[in-house]
Ligand binder design. Structure first.
Ligand code: GLY
Length: 314
């Protein structure tokens, strides 16, 4: 028997138990999405609206909270996929929108395309009145964090673009992503994911989030959303892999663990996390980083459970 459910994440990375300030926002996003499905709305609406809450919070690395590139601008990626129809919409490297996830949904609903990037995606945003002045995404706090990170790295040696692994050792919380997966009352599954990428990325870099099978995937059997180092997630094809394990009969939790274990074996730890839900409403959450911020709400619960899960072995 299936039960409707939504699972939300605020990224995998250097979270610690002290980071409780994130939990309230995760709960709010989860409750917003859950109320939509509780009232008979679609999984698609639920995951998009949950992600909008996280994008608007300014606390997570997505939407208003997006990190800065090496040269100090914001470029965001987002993707949404409807498992029941196989429809998908994604945007990459967009600078002038507040809610990239809404623009991704518009790509899905209004165009024949799957992925629009940069200027083209921004033109669509302008046509739809979804654009904002990109300087609104730049805050004093972010600019000061950028110079702190650069300074920290300079102290360890030079700022080399091909040394991200080293940079992560100094700053374990360089990246983050937000995402949601849901199963609605009608049995439809959907996923939505949004990110600013990671601090110090090069202008024009697009990560896993708008790549089907990597940062997002949904079909009639399951829906997944990934977080972490996009290059690792793309090479692992993490979300598709996890969903395929589920199609082959593996439980969502074991499938999520198996996907993360493949990423870890190939590319080391500290770089990936995934959430997944199947058509029965069973969920899976796994990560190879120190912590991951997650929340979920099932049919029958009166409020979401939000927590920072910590791996003591990493
Ligand atoms: N997972 C987010 C990124 O690497 O862009």
């Amino acid at each position: 028997m299936s039960r409707h459910v939504i699972v939300v994440h605020g990224g995998a990375g250097g979270f610690s138990k002290r980071d409780e300030k994130y939990l309230e926002i995760l709960s709010e996003a989860t409750a917003k999405g859950f109320n939509i499905i509780e009232r008979g709305g679609s999984a698609l609406d639920a995951v998009v609206e949950a992600v909008v809450v996280l994008e608007n919070s300014g606390k997570f690395n997505a939407g208003l909270g997006s990190c800065l590139t090496l040269d100090g601008i914001v470029e965001m990626d987002a993707g949404v996929m409807d498992g029941s129809t196989g429809r998908v919409g994604c945007v990459g490297a967009v600078r002038c929108v507040k809610n990239p996830i809404i623009l991704a949904r518009k790509v899905m609903e209004l165009t024949d395309h799957i992925l629009l990037v940069g200027e083209g995606a921004e033109m669509l945003a302008k046509c739809l009145g979804l654009n904002i002045d990109p300087s609104l995404l730049l805050t004093e706090e972010k600019l000061s964090r950028l110079s702190d990170i650069k300074e920290k790295i300079r102290k360890q040696g030079s700022l080399r673009l091909k040394k991200l692994d080293k940079i992560r050792e100094v700053c374990p919380d360089l990246y983050g992503t937000v995402g949601a997966v849901a199963l609605d009352r009608a049995g439809n599954l959907a996923t939505a994911t949004s990110t600013g990428g990671y601090w110090l990325k090069l202008r024009g870099r697009v990560g896993d989030t708008p790549i089907i099978g990597a940062g997002i995937y949904a079909d009639k059997t399951s829906a997944a959303s990934a977080t972490g180092m996009g290059e690792v997630i793309m090479k692992t094809l993490l979300c598709f892999r996890v969903c395929q394990f589920i199609e082959w009969g593996v439980s969502p939790q074991k499938a999520a663990e198996a996907g993360i274990s493949i990423a870890t074996k190939r590319y080391g730890s500290g770089n990936a996390g995934v959430i997944v839900v199947d058509r029965n409403g069973d969920i899976g959450i796994a990560f190879n980083t120190r912590g991951m911020a997650i929340a979920y709400m099932y049919e029958g619960m009166d409020r979401p459970i939000a927590e920072i899960r910590i791996r003591e072995d990493i």
